[in-house]
Design a protein around this ligand. Structure first.
Ligand SMILES: NC(=O)C1=CN([C@@H]2O[C@H](COP(=O)(O)OP(=O)(O)OC[C@H]3O[C@@H](n4cnc5c(N)ncnc54)[C@H](OP(=O)(O)O)[C@@H]3O)[C@@H](O)[C@H]2O)[C@@H](O)CC1
Ligand SMILES: Nc1ncnc2c1ncn2[C@@H]1O[C@H](COP(=O)(O)OP(=O)(O)O)[C@@H](O)[C@H]1O
Ligand SMILES: [K+]
Length: 531
């Protein structure tokens, strides 16, 4: 599990060590980790470090100090290092160490800016060490102009080097992920002590690139993370596995209320997602013409009639492919939400649900749907505002509705009403295809139907029982992303259609279980027990 913290949390964790006079030690550790990561990046790109050009954009605070000490290490390896001081001054000891190591210092001024842009554009690596967790707002003045010019050169492929952000890309808010432009998109962000929340949510994640965390010795002083990300081993641990004497009902039945005359395919895709995600049975409830298509597309499906209360299931999926005029289906969606059973509520159901729900109801809006939901609850947001502040928006929706809210996108965020947030980014942009969200709803519905009262595996991972619905939804997002990636990889990185995501789920599930959890492999193997 990756845990992420706000800038303030990280600074608080540093305090005991700073009080003990270890400030310079922390900075040296951070700088050493940054320099090592730069060298690794050169090697992974098949590039020589000796003689390579390094340009460090250096601010006046500790972030600039990290960059200068790192550049001093790189200079000692024979790299040609240049520091561009953006604020006229820099961390004095780090600057002295840098100059001692043979580094060249240039001062940013309006007169010299053209030459400095060329310097940075020619460099094999640009290290962005202007602003870190102490920033107030974004880049300003000549530093902003310099970054704009470098970003333009990169966009026009006039710069060949790569960009490494020191702690976080300057302009990205460490806590919210909001971006004040201009900001330089990094290929790699090397962050110190712990991942910062803003690196794992959009739009900050767009600028962070890959994120490497360098331990600096503050870890034991960190409190509860504000945001977490499930890694493969967590996914493996959370995926359900059937008991030896399981039967289809004990493995969970999912009821699906989805599809309409206009969008019958959404019901099919949701059912395909669910059928592939381990559930014992999937029952469809909806208009006869959609039921007919569902039956013909998926012979495993059981189609029912009647009201929600007449159908015995362990969880409901409602809303995919439904519109405002599908009155019977919308009534079923409302009945499912008030049944007390776990529910995943998608698309067309979202505008029709009560204002206040329970944590075992998982809402799955995309940014536009989340903006509409927040507006209905008295907010002012439009889609652009949600996209600019995804973390705040998803948290607010969960707090207001009392439901678990999953915001879909390149990074998928899941907020529990009590405040826990999970962030998953397992997929590929090829997942942005019609019907992809229906498959996701099917996966989450299937996982909800397989949940029982055994909360031990969540507790072991530090997830409290009442927050586990968010973890289950994050698990679904992880599986969906990985399946989409696997489907695309199977065609050498080519495009995928939504059905292909569903088809890739079982093998994705098996692989992540096998690779990350030997215990699971044992449970699923066919070796006969010795006694
Ligand atoms: N504590 C430690 O020992 C360790 C800390 N570490 C590192 O320290 C970083 C935090 O350092 P930091 O607190 O010095 O702030 P930092 O992010 O460098 O920038 C603030 C400076 O810039 C200025 N400034 C602010 N906003 C601005 C703006 N918009 N545009 C222009 N200038 C602006 C502001 O000056 P002010 O405006 O307040 O006069 C201030 O001087 C952290 O990210 C990590 O890299 C690691 O080495 C581990 C050990
Ligand atoms: N750029 C992207 N990168 C990775 N995943 C994405 C991207 N864009 C969308 N997705 C994922 O694709 C799915 C799209 O869902 P949705 O918008 O509901 O589509 P639809 O309504 O057509 O089914 C979501 O799971 C979302 O997280
Ligand atoms: K930075």
């Amino acid at each position: 599990m990756i845990s992420a913290y706000t800038g303030k949390q990280v600074r608080q964790a540093e305090e005991p060590l700073l009080a003990a006079g270890l400030g310079d030690v922390l900075m040296q550790r951070a700088a050493h980790g940054l320099a090592n990561a730069v060298v690794r990046e050169f090697k992974s790109r098949g590039l020589r470090t000796y003689g390579a050009g390094v340009a460090v954009l250096t601010g006046k605070g500790n972030n600039g100090g990290d960059g200068l000490y790192a550049a001093a290490f790189l200079a000692a390896r024979g790299m040609r290092t240049t520091a561009i001081l953006t604020a006229g001054s820099a961390h004095p000891q780090a600057l002295a160490a840098f100059e001692q190591a043979g580094g060249r210092v240039l001062y940013l001024s309006d007169a010299a800016s053209g030459a400095l842009v060329s310097e940075a554009v020619r460099a094999d690596v640009v290290i962005d060490a202007v602003l870190g967790t102490g920033a107030k707002g974004g880049l300003r003045g000549s530093a902003a102009d310099l970054v704009t010019a470098i970003a333009d050169a990169r966009a026009q492929a006039r710069a060949e080097g790569f960009v490494v952000a020191c702690d976080l890309p300057s302009g990205v808010d460490a806590d919210t992920g909001a971006v004040s432009t201009p900001a330089l998109a990094a290929d790699l962000t090397v962050t110190f002590g712990a991942a910062k929340t803003g690196l794992l949510v959009d739009p900050g994640a767009d600028y962070a690139g890959r994120v490497d965390v360098v331990p600096i010795g503050i870890e034991e002083h960190l409190d509860q993370p504000g945001l977490r990300r499930l890694e493969d081993a967590d996914v493996a641990r959370l995926l359900p596995h059937p008991a030896r004497r399981a039967h289809k009902y004990s493995r969970g039945v999912l009821g699906v209320v989805a599809g309409s005359a206009d969008y019958p395919g959404a019901a099919v895709l949701a059912c395909r997602g669910a059928l592939a995600a381990g559930v014992g049975m999937v029952r469809y409830l909806g208009p006869p013409e959609v039921a007919d298509l569902v039956r013909r597309s998926c012979p495993e499906m059981v189609c029912s009639t009647g009201a929600v209360a007449d159908n015995r299931v362990q969880a409901w999926l409602v809303g995919s492919g439904m519109g405002p005029d599908d009155h019977d289906q919308l009534q079923r969606a409302r009945d499912a939400v008030t049944s007390g059973l776990p529910v995943v509520a998608d698309a067309g159901a979202l505008p029709a649900l009560p204002d206040v729900m329970a944590p075992n109801v998982v809402l799955t809006p995309h940014a536009g749907e989340l903006a509409a939901l927040l507006k209905r609850l008295g907010g002012e947001e439009d889609r652009a505002a949600v996209e600019a502040g995804t973390l705040a928006a998803v948290r607010r929706a969960a707090a207001l509705t009392g439901a678990t809210v999953l915001l879909k996108g390149a990074t998928t965020l899941v907020a529990a009403p009590a405040g826990d947030v999970f962030s998953q980014a397992d997929g590929t942009p090829w997942l942005a295809t019609a019907g992809s969200g229906d498959v996701l709803a099917g996966i989450i519905g299937a996982l909800l139907a397989q949940e029982d009262s055994d909360v031990g595996r969540f507790r072991e991972m530090g997830v409290e029982p009442e927050q586990r619905w968010a973890a289950v939804a994050a698990l679904g997002a992880a599986l969906h992303g990985k399946a989409g990636r696997a489907a695309s990889d199977a065609c050498s990185g080519g495009p995928i259609a939504a059905g292909g995501i569903a088809d890739a789920i079982p093998e994705t599930w098996g692989k992540v279980s096998m690779l990350s959890n030997a215990g699971v492999r044992k449970r699923n193997s066919h070796t006969l027990p010795l006694r």
